[in-house]
Design a protein around this ligand. Structure first.
Ligand code: AGP
Length: 372
Protein backbone atom coordinates (compact mmCIF):
# COMPACT_ATOMS: atom_id res chain seq x y z
CA UNK A 1 0.00 0.00 0.00
CA UNK A 2 0.96 3.67 -0.32
CA UNK A 3 1.33 3.88 3.47
CA UNK A 4 3.82 1.01 3.54
CA UNK A 5 5.82 2.87 0.93
CA UNK A 6 5.95 5.92 3.19
CA UNK A 7 4.52 8.20 0.50
CA UNK A 8 6.97 7.04 -2.18
CA UNK A 9 5.78 5.48 -5.43
CA UNK A 10 8.04 2.47 -4.97
CA UNK A 11 9.73 0.65 -2.12
CA UNK A 12 12.99 1.14 -3.97
CA UNK A 13 12.66 4.94 -3.74
CA UNK A 14 11.83 4.69 -0.06
CA UNK A 15 14.77 2.41 0.56
CA UNK A 16 17.17 4.67 -1.35
CA UNK A 17 15.98 7.57 0.81
CA UNK A 18 16.44 5.54 4.00
CA UNK A 19 20.14 5.02 3.35
CA UNK A 20 21.56 7.73 5.61
CA UNK A 21 19.58 6.29 8.52
CA UNK A 22 20.47 2.70 7.60
CA UNK A 23 24.16 3.62 7.56
CA UNK A 24 23.93 5.47 10.88
CA UNK A 25 21.97 2.60 12.47
CA UNK A 26 24.58 0.09 11.37
CA UNK A 27 27.30 2.14 13.08
CA UNK A 28 25.24 2.76 16.20
CA UNK A 29 26.77 1.38 19.39
CA UNK A 30 29.74 -0.07 17.56
CA UNK A 31 32.17 2.83 17.95
CA UNK A 32 32.89 3.89 21.53
CA UNK A 33 33.69 7.35 22.87
CA UNK A 34 37.44 6.78 22.36
CA UNK A 35 36.95 5.95 18.72
CA UNK A 36 37.58 2.19 19.21
CA UNK A 37 35.31 -0.52 17.91
CA UNK A 38 33.16 -2.63 20.22
CA UNK A 39 31.89 -5.55 18.19
CA UNK A 40 30.87 -7.94 20.95
CA UNK A 41 28.54 -9.66 18.50
CA UNK A 42 31.54 -11.06 16.69
CA UNK A 43 31.74 -14.00 19.06
CA UNK A 44 34.83 -15.49 17.44
CA UNK A 45 37.47 -15.18 20.19
CA UNK A 46 40.20 -12.59 19.69
CA UNK A 47 42.77 -15.38 20.08
CA UNK A 48 41.29 -17.06 16.98
CA UNK A 49 41.12 -13.81 15.03
CA UNK A 50 44.79 -13.19 15.80
CA UNK A 51 45.70 -16.50 14.19
CA UNK A 52 43.71 -15.91 10.99
CA UNK A 53 46.05 -16.05 8.00
CA UNK A 54 43.51 -15.71 5.20
CA UNK A 55 40.09 -14.16 4.73
CA UNK A 56 37.70 -15.46 2.10
CA UNK A 57 34.49 -13.59 1.31
CA UNK A 58 31.58 -15.36 -0.37
CA UNK A 59 28.40 -13.70 -1.63
CA UNK A 60 26.15 -13.25 -4.66
CA UNK A 61 25.04 -10.33 -6.77
CA UNK A 62 25.08 -6.99 -5.01
CA UNK A 63 26.44 -8.57 -1.82
CA UNK A 64 29.35 -9.89 -3.90
CA UNK A 65 30.11 -6.33 -5.01
CA UNK A 66 30.20 -5.33 -1.34
CA UNK A 67 32.61 -8.23 -0.83
CA UNK A 68 34.91 -6.99 -3.59
CA UNK A 69 35.17 -3.64 -1.82
CA UNK A 70 35.60 -5.37 1.56
CA UNK A 71 38.60 -7.25 0.19
CA UNK A 72 40.38 -3.98 -0.57
CA UNK A 73 39.57 -2.61 2.89
CA UNK A 74 40.63 -5.79 4.72
CA UNK A 75 43.92 -6.10 2.88
CA UNK A 76 44.72 -2.41 3.24
CA UNK A 77 43.90 -2.10 6.93
CA UNK A 78 44.97 -5.53 8.20
CA UNK A 79 47.49 -6.84 5.63
CA UNK A 80 45.78 -10.25 5.85
CA UNK A 81 45.45 -11.77 2.36
CA UNK A 82 41.80 -11.72 1.34
CA UNK A 83 39.92 -13.07 -1.64
CA UNK A 84 36.32 -12.54 -2.65
CA UNK A 85 34.50 -15.19 -4.57
CA UNK A 86 31.08 -15.73 -6.06
CA UNK A 87 29.38 -18.11 -3.65
CA UNK A 88 28.00 -20.14 -6.54
CA UNK A 89 31.52 -20.90 -7.79
CA UNK A 90 33.22 -21.39 -4.46
CA UNK A 91 32.81 -25.01 -3.39
CA UNK A 92 33.11 -26.39 -6.89
CA UNK A 93 36.80 -25.57 -7.14
CA UNK A 94 37.80 -27.34 -3.93
CA UNK A 95 39.05 -24.16 -2.25
CA UNK A 96 41.94 -24.31 0.23
CA UNK A 97 40.53 -23.69 3.70
CA UNK A 98 41.53 -24.58 7.25
CA UNK A 99 41.14 -23.48 10.89
CA UNK A 100 43.08 -20.31 10.21
CA UNK A 101 40.75 -19.18 7.43
CA UNK A 102 38.07 -16.65 8.25
CA UNK A 103 35.17 -16.85 5.82
CA UNK A 104 32.80 -13.90 5.62
CA UNK A 105 29.40 -14.69 4.11
CA UNK A 106 27.51 -11.56 3.08
CA UNK A 107 23.76 -11.80 2.50
CA UNK A 108 20.86 -9.42 2.88
CA UNK A 109 18.22 -12.13 3.16
CA UNK A 110 20.31 -14.74 4.93
CA UNK A 111 18.54 -17.34 2.80
CA UNK A 112 20.53 -17.33 -0.45
CA UNK A 113 21.20 -20.99 -1.21
CA UNK A 114 24.48 -20.44 -3.07
CA UNK A 115 25.91 -18.52 -0.12
CA UNK A 116 24.58 -21.04 2.38
CA UNK A 117 26.16 -23.96 0.52
CA UNK A 118 29.48 -22.07 0.33
CA UNK A 119 29.51 -21.46 4.08
CA UNK A 120 28.56 -25.06 4.86
CA UNK A 121 31.47 -26.19 2.73
CA UNK A 122 33.81 -23.77 4.52
CA UNK A 123 32.75 -25.01 7.96
CA UNK A 124 33.20 -28.62 6.91
CA UNK A 125 36.82 -27.74 6.13
CA UNK A 126 37.28 -26.22 9.61
CA UNK A 127 37.10 -22.54 8.65
CA UNK A 128 35.34 -20.03 10.93
CA UNK A 129 32.42 -18.27 9.34
CA UNK A 130 31.25 -14.75 10.10
CA UNK A 131 27.95 -13.75 8.52
CA UNK A 132 27.17 -10.17 7.54
CA UNK A 133 23.41 -10.25 7.30
CA UNK A 134 20.32 -8.05 7.39
CA UNK A 135 17.73 -10.59 8.51
CA UNK A 136 17.59 -11.62 12.16
CA UNK A 137 17.55 -15.31 12.79
CA UNK A 138 17.75 -16.31 9.12
CA UNK A 139 19.55 -19.47 8.02
CA UNK A 140 22.96 -18.03 7.10
CA UNK A 141 23.60 -16.39 10.51
CA UNK A 142 22.16 -19.44 12.29
CA UNK A 143 24.67 -21.69 10.56
CA UNK A 144 27.65 -19.33 11.04
CA UNK A 145 30.05 -19.06 13.98
CA UNK A 146 29.11 -15.42 14.44
CA UNK A 147 27.09 -12.67 12.82
CA UNK A 148 27.39 -8.95 12.41
CA UNK A 149 23.94 -7.66 11.55
CA UNK A 150 23.44 -4.79 9.17
CA UNK A 151 20.69 -2.59 10.53
CA UNK A 152 19.13 -1.54 7.24
CA UNK A 153 15.62 -2.53 8.28
CA UNK A 154 13.47 -4.64 5.96
CA UNK A 155 14.39 -4.31 2.31
CA UNK A 156 11.35 -5.04 0.14
CA UNK A 157 12.35 -3.97 -3.38
CA UNK A 158 14.06 -6.78 -5.28
CA UNK A 159 16.91 -4.44 -6.22
CA UNK A 160 19.20 -4.11 -3.24
CA UNK A 161 20.08 -0.56 -2.18
CA UNK A 162 20.22 0.20 1.54
CA UNK A 163 21.34 -3.35 2.27
CA UNK A 164 24.38 -2.77 0.05
CA UNK A 165 25.44 0.42 1.82
CA UNK A 166 25.07 -1.22 5.21
CA UNK A 167 26.99 -4.31 4.04
CA UNK A 168 29.82 -1.97 3.17
CA UNK A 169 29.66 -0.32 6.59
CA UNK A 170 29.64 -3.71 8.32
CA UNK A 171 32.61 -4.88 6.26
CA UNK A 172 34.59 -1.71 7.03
CA UNK A 173 33.87 -2.34 10.71
CA UNK A 174 35.05 -5.95 10.43
CA UNK A 175 38.23 -4.84 8.66
CA UNK A 176 38.99 -2.17 11.24
CA UNK A 177 38.09 -4.55 14.06
CA UNK A 178 40.46 -7.20 12.74
CA UNK A 179 43.13 -4.53 12.68
CA UNK A 180 42.27 -3.51 16.23
CA UNK A 181 42.27 -7.07 17.62
CA UNK A 182 45.50 -7.98 15.90
CA UNK A 183 47.19 -4.79 16.99
CA UNK A 184 47.89 -3.54 13.50
CA UNK A 185 49.83 -0.35 13.77
CA UNK A 186 47.00 1.90 14.84
CA UNK A 187 48.13 4.72 12.62
CA UNK A 188 46.49 8.07 12.10
CA UNK A 189 44.80 6.75 9.02
CA UNK A 190 42.65 4.21 10.83
CA UNK A 191 41.61 6.60 13.59
CA UNK A 192 40.73 9.17 10.94
CA UNK A 193 38.76 6.60 8.94
CA UNK A 194 36.66 5.66 11.98
CA UNK A 195 35.92 9.35 12.49
CA UNK A 196 35.00 9.86 8.84
CA UNK A 197 32.90 6.70 8.87
CA UNK A 198 30.89 8.05 11.78
CA UNK A 199 30.10 11.14 9.70
CA UNK A 200 29.42 9.43 6.40
CA UNK A 201 25.63 9.26 6.77
CA UNK A 202 25.57 13.04 6.29
CA UNK A 203 27.51 12.68 3.04
CA UNK A 204 24.98 10.13 1.76
CA UNK A 205 22.24 12.61 2.62
CA UNK A 206 24.03 15.34 0.64
CA UNK A 207 24.13 13.05 -2.41
CA UNK A 208 20.41 12.33 -2.11
CA UNK A 209 19.64 16.05 -2.09
CA UNK A 210 21.32 16.60 -5.44
CA UNK A 211 19.77 13.79 -7.50
CA UNK A 212 17.32 15.74 -9.71
CA UNK A 213 19.80 16.18 -12.61
CA UNK A 214 20.59 12.45 -12.43
CA UNK A 215 16.89 11.64 -12.81
CA UNK A 216 16.58 14.02 -15.76
CA UNK A 217 19.63 12.45 -17.38
CA UNK A 218 18.20 8.95 -16.88
CA UNK A 219 14.93 9.96 -18.55
CA UNK A 220 16.85 11.37 -21.51
CA UNK A 221 18.55 8.00 -22.03
CA UNK A 222 15.38 5.88 -21.88
CA UNK A 223 15.63 4.73 -25.49
CA UNK A 224 19.30 3.70 -25.39
CA UNK A 225 20.25 0.03 -25.73
CA UNK A 226 23.53 -0.05 -23.83
CA UNK A 227 25.25 1.76 -20.99
CA UNK A 228 28.82 1.04 -19.94
CA UNK A 229 30.31 1.66 -16.49
CA UNK A 230 33.99 2.15 -15.71
CA UNK A 231 35.88 2.34 -12.45
CA UNK A 232 39.12 1.33 -10.80
CA UNK A 233 40.05 0.10 -7.32
CA UNK A 234 36.87 0.51 -5.20
CA UNK A 235 35.27 2.22 -8.18
CA UNK A 236 35.36 -1.03 -10.17
CA UNK A 237 32.84 -2.90 -7.97
CA UNK A 238 30.79 0.30 -7.93
CA UNK A 239 30.77 0.18 -11.75
CA UNK A 240 29.68 -3.47 -11.64
CA UNK A 241 26.92 -2.57 -9.20
CA UNK A 242 25.72 0.29 -11.44
CA UNK A 243 25.57 -2.13 -14.36
CA UNK A 244 23.75 -4.81 -12.35
CA UNK A 245 21.12 -2.31 -11.19
CA UNK A 246 20.53 -1.22 -14.77
CA UNK A 247 20.19 -4.80 -16.02
CA UNK A 248 17.77 -5.90 -13.36
CA UNK A 249 15.62 -2.76 -13.38
CA UNK A 250 15.82 -1.22 -16.84
CA UNK A 251 16.43 -4.50 -18.73
CA UNK A 252 19.19 -2.75 -20.65
CA UNK A 253 22.50 -4.14 -21.71
CA UNK A 254 24.92 -2.79 -19.17
CA UNK A 255 28.47 -3.79 -18.37
CA UNK A 256 31.02 -2.68 -15.84
CA UNK A 257 34.72 -2.70 -16.62
CA UNK A 258 37.90 -2.01 -14.73
CA UNK A 259 38.97 1.12 -16.60
CA UNK A 260 42.52 -0.18 -17.11
CA UNK A 261 41.09 -3.11 -19.08
CA UNK A 262 39.47 -0.83 -21.67
CA UNK A 263 42.53 -0.90 -23.92
CA UNK A 264 42.57 -4.72 -23.76
CA UNK A 265 39.31 -5.03 -25.64
CA UNK A 266 36.21 -3.20 -24.43
CA UNK A 267 37.27 0.12 -25.98
CA UNK A 268 36.18 -1.40 -29.30
CA UNK A 269 32.60 -1.04 -28.06
CA UNK A 270 32.82 2.74 -27.86
CA UNK A 271 30.80 4.47 -30.57
CA UNK A 272 29.13 7.80 -31.18
CA UNK A 273 26.83 8.84 -28.32
CA UNK A 274 27.24 5.63 -26.29
CA UNK A 275 26.60 6.54 -22.62
CA UNK A 276 29.57 5.64 -20.43
CA UNK A 277 29.43 6.23 -16.70
CA UNK A 278 32.85 6.71 -15.10
CA UNK A 279 33.45 6.54 -11.34
CA UNK A 280 36.47 8.75 -10.64
CA UNK A 281 38.64 8.12 -7.56
CA UNK A 282 39.58 10.99 -5.33
CA UNK A 283 42.48 13.09 -6.64
CA UNK A 284 44.02 13.21 -3.17
CA UNK A 285 45.77 10.11 -1.89
CA UNK A 286 45.63 8.10 -5.07
CA UNK A 287 46.48 10.73 -7.61
CA UNK A 288 48.13 8.26 -9.99
CA UNK A 289 44.92 6.30 -10.30
CA UNK A 290 42.97 9.51 -10.65
CA UNK A 291 45.14 10.74 -13.50
CA UNK A 292 44.88 7.39 -15.30
CA UNK A 293 41.12 7.46 -15.20
CA UNK A 294 41.03 11.03 -16.44
CA UNK A 295 42.99 9.86 -19.50
CA UNK A 296 40.49 7.02 -19.92
CA UNK A 297 37.68 9.55 -19.99
CA UNK A 298 39.58 11.59 -22.57
CA UNK A 299 40.15 8.49 -24.72
CA UNK A 300 36.54 7.35 -24.79
CA UNK A 301 35.27 10.84 -25.37
CA UNK A 302 37.62 11.27 -28.32
CA UNK A 303 35.90 8.17 -29.76
CA UNK A 304 32.45 9.70 -29.39
CA UNK A 305 31.25 8.36 -26.02
CA UNK A 306 28.82 10.45 -24.04
CA UNK A 307 30.65 10.68 -20.72
CA UNK A 308 28.75 10.67 -17.45
CA UNK A 309 31.33 11.39 -14.80
CA UNK A 310 30.91 10.79 -11.07
CA UNK A 311 33.62 12.80 -9.36
CA UNK A 312 34.45 14.23 -5.98
CA UNK A 313 33.51 17.83 -5.20
CA UNK A 314 36.39 20.10 -6.20
CA UNK A 315 37.91 17.70 -8.74
CA UNK A 316 38.35 20.16 -11.61
CA UNK A 317 40.51 17.92 -13.83
CA UNK A 318 37.46 16.02 -15.10
CA UNK A 319 35.41 19.07 -16.04
CA UNK A 320 36.62 19.46 -19.66
CA UNK A 321 35.80 15.82 -20.50
CA UNK A 322 32.48 15.37 -18.73
CA UNK A 323 29.34 15.65 -20.84
CA UNK A 324 27.45 15.16 -17.59
CA UNK A 325 29.04 15.72 -14.21
CA UNK A 326 27.67 14.17 -11.03
CA UNK A 327 29.31 15.52 -7.89
CA UNK A 328 29.81 13.48 -4.73
CA UNK A 329 31.28 14.61 -1.40
CA UNK A 330 34.96 13.99 -0.73
CA UNK A 331 35.56 10.86 1.37
CA UNK A 332 38.57 8.70 2.22
CA UNK A 333 39.45 6.50 -0.78
CA UNK A 334 38.07 3.23 0.57
CA UNK A 335 34.78 4.80 1.73
CA UNK A 336 33.91 6.36 -1.63
CA UNK A 337 31.50 3.56 -2.65
CA UNK A 338 29.10 4.71 0.09
CA UNK A 339 28.50 7.92 -1.81
CA UNK A 340 29.36 6.89 -5.39
CA UNK A 341 26.80 4.07 -5.58
CA UNK A 342 23.81 6.23 -4.69
CA UNK A 343 23.57 8.14 -8.01
CA UNK A 344 23.74 4.80 -9.84
CA UNK A 345 20.78 3.47 -7.85
CA UNK A 346 18.77 6.59 -8.61
CA UNK A 347 19.82 6.43 -12.27
CA UNK A 348 18.66 2.80 -12.68
CA UNK A 349 15.42 3.36 -10.80
CA UNK A 350 14.51 6.38 -12.94
CA UNK A 351 15.44 4.62 -16.19
CA UNK A 352 13.25 1.67 -15.21
CA UNK A 353 10.34 4.01 -14.55
CA UNK A 354 10.90 5.87 -17.82
CA UNK A 355 10.87 2.55 -19.67
CA UNK A 356 7.61 1.57 -18.01
CA UNK A 357 9.10 -1.27 -15.97
CA UNK A 358 7.90 -2.54 -12.64
CA UNK A 359 10.53 -1.10 -10.30
CA UNK A 360 9.99 -3.17 -7.15
CA UNK A 361 9.34 -6.48 -8.90
CA UNK A 362 11.57 -6.79 -11.97
CA UNK A 363 10.71 -9.60 -14.35
CA UNK A 364 12.25 -13.05 -13.75
CA UNK A 365 13.71 -12.10 -10.37
CA UNK A 366 12.97 -13.03 -6.76
CA UNK A 367 14.04 -11.10 -3.69
CA UNK A 368 15.82 -14.06 -2.25
CA UNK A 369 17.12 -16.91 -4.35
CA UNK A 370 16.63 -20.09 -2.34
CA UNK A 371 17.72 -22.51 -5.04
CA UNK A 372 21.25 -23.27 -6.16
C1 AGP B 1 20.57 -7.11 -6.07
O1 AGP B 1 19.95 -5.99 -6.54
C2 AGP B 1 19.98 -8.41 -6.41
N1 AGP B 1 18.59 -8.47 -6.42
C3 AGP B 1 20.76 -9.66 -6.04
O2 AGP B 1 21.94 -9.60 -6.79
C4 AGP B 1 21.11 -9.95 -4.58
O3 AGP B 1 22.03 -9.01 -4.10
C5 AGP B 1 21.66 -11.37 -4.46
O4 AGP B 1 20.70 -12.29 -4.91
C6 AGP B 1 22.12 -11.74 -3.08
O5 AGP B 1 21.06 -11.73 -2.17
P1 AGP B 1 21.30 -11.80 -0.62
O6 AGP B 1 22.07 -10.59 -0.23
O7 AGP B 1 19.96 -11.84 0.01
O8 AGP B 1 22.11 -13.04 -0.34
Amino acid sequence: SAAEKGGYDYFMLKEIAEQPKAVADTLLGRIDANGSLTLDEVRIPASVLREVDKVVIVACGTAYHAGMIAKLAIEHWTRIPCETELASEFRYRDPILDQRTLVIAISQSGETMDTLMALRHAREQGARVLAVCNTNGSTIPRESDAVLYTHAGPEVAVASTKAFLTQLVACYLVALYLGQVRGTKWGDEIGAVIRELSEIAGAVDTVLETMEPVRALARSLADKDTVLFLGRHVGYPVALEGALKLKELAYMHAEGFAAGELKHGPIALIEEDLPVVVVVPSPRGRSVLHDKIVSNIQEIRARGARTIVIAEEGDEAVVPYADHLIRIPATPTLLQPLVATVPLQVFACELATARGNEVDQPRNLAKSVTVE
